[in-house]
Design a protein around this ligand. Structure first.
Ligand SMILES: C[S@@+](CC[C@H](N)C(=O)[O-])C[C@H]1O[C@@H](n2cnc3c(N)ncnc32)[C@H](O)[C@@H]1O
Ligand SMILES: [Zn+2]
Length: 155
């Protein structure tokens, strides 16, 4: 574990982001397909997640909750590591992989030192994703194909 956190500190840094607040940046070249960090935090049920971060009250903070499966979420806000600072992009350079009910962030392409890490939050709210709801979760990723919201299309 100590070895792993040393590797994380060697590879990744927390810095001010042009997308939002603080973000996570590569400190060294990260080849495509590298498992970079586990998204850690307290494991909670759907109800507990909703109790902690009600959609109506603090919509933006809901993004600390990462869904593993139907009734299992990881709350990066409680006991999480720096992965909780990774911002969303509509054209991300990382993705999340779920394995043995754990969440890992992996690079999708080669990432040069100094580039910010991002993944697609693919957020879904309980309500219909109307234009007004999408505006509550605006995206500032700056990608040419930015969809303008952190929410994904509902199937
Ligand atoms: C898990 S935090 C990421 C870390 C955050 N930048 C910070 O400094 O705490 C998620 C929050 O960051 C913001 N965020 C992340 N990606 C964004 C994006 N592409 N556009 C706008 N805001 C974003 C939203 O407020 C979101 O609720
Ligand atoms: Zn975007």
């Amino acid at each position: 574990m100590a070895r792993q956190s040393f590797r994380i500190r060697q590879r990744l840094a927390l810095r001010r982001s042009g997308i939002h607040g603080r973000g996570v940046f590569a400190r060294e070249h990260l080849p495509a397909g590298t498992r970079l960090i586990e998204y850690t935090g307290e494991r909670v049920t759907q109800d507990e997640g909703e109790r902690r971060y009600p959609w109506e009250d603090a919509a933006s903070y809901h993004t600390l909750l990462f869904t593993v499966e139907d009734d299992l979420l990881v709350d990066g806000g409680v006991g999480g590591n720096i992965s909780r600072f990774i911002n969303h992009s509509c054209d991300p350079n990382c993705t999340s992989v779920i394995e043995d009910r754990r969440i890992f962030i992996e690079s999708l392409r080669d990432i040069p030192p100094g580039e910010e890490l991002t993944f697609d939050y693919k957020m879904i709210t309980q309500e219909r994703h109307t234009a007004a709801v999408k505006r509550r979760f605006p995206c500032h990723c700056g990608a040419p194909g930015c969809r303008g919201t952190l929410l994904m299309k509902k199937r």
